[in-house]
Design a protein around this ligand. Sequence first.
Ligand code: AP5
Length: 211
Amino acid sequence: MVVSDIILIGPPGAGKGTMGSLIDRAGLAQHVSTGDLIRDHLASIAPDDPLNARIAAGHFMNDDEITALLVRRIQDVKQRIVFDGFPRNVDQIKILDRIGDKWDRLVTCAIYLALDDDKIVHRITGRSSCRSCGRVYHDTLNPSGGQCECGGTEFLIREDDTEAVLRQRMIRFHHATEPILAVYRTRGILREVNADQPIDRVLNDIMNMVQ
Ligand code: AP5
């Protein structure tokens, strides 16, 4: 039987990671974030590896490298997946299609989390994540109160979460990622969600689309 997968598409800070992990916690699909895969990979290589500087500057990992990480992560997954951050360009759509053909998976819902550029800087510059479990918080929009739900009290700020790097990531989104919306629209599976609402409302909108 073919497993039907979900993808989350959106600019930096739109809430892909937040929604992916809530969908996972609700038991609807397993959250697979290519940003997280890359950060785990960076932690395992030499600090002076050029890939560190490339990602810290807001550039993409090349398609072959990210595909290798992704395949390793999902090859044994049998349940539904919610992809966060992949595909990120039109070529990666073809890669995901081939992965689907090989492992009996099909993207049946592509959710676009729409958020205006002027909201993004605030979202990103207040973000932190729990060192223990990775849960994402925001200083004012989604505060941890100094303690994560898992009990952790140490929080990390991403190296690429500076305003200058964020500008580069936004340019990459508009230039490379936005064109994938047209492909999924043509396939008839694109759904748009207003990401500029409280977290529970965004989640509710998504749940209504995928359940
Ligand atoms: P990645 O980690 O995917 O970064 P991104 O796409 O820039 O997205 P973010 O993680 O910054 O934002 P998000 O949409 O997940 O928002 P979040 O939920 O945290 O990728 C990092 C890098 O890896 C890329 O720049 C690229 O270099 C590389 N990469 C990744 N995938 C790749 C690929 N396929 N190919 C090549 N390279 C790849 O929310 C943001 C903040 O807002 C949080 O603080 C949160 O608490 C808050 N928040 C969320 N939703 C709401 C809401 N509704 N209301 C109020 N606050 C909210």
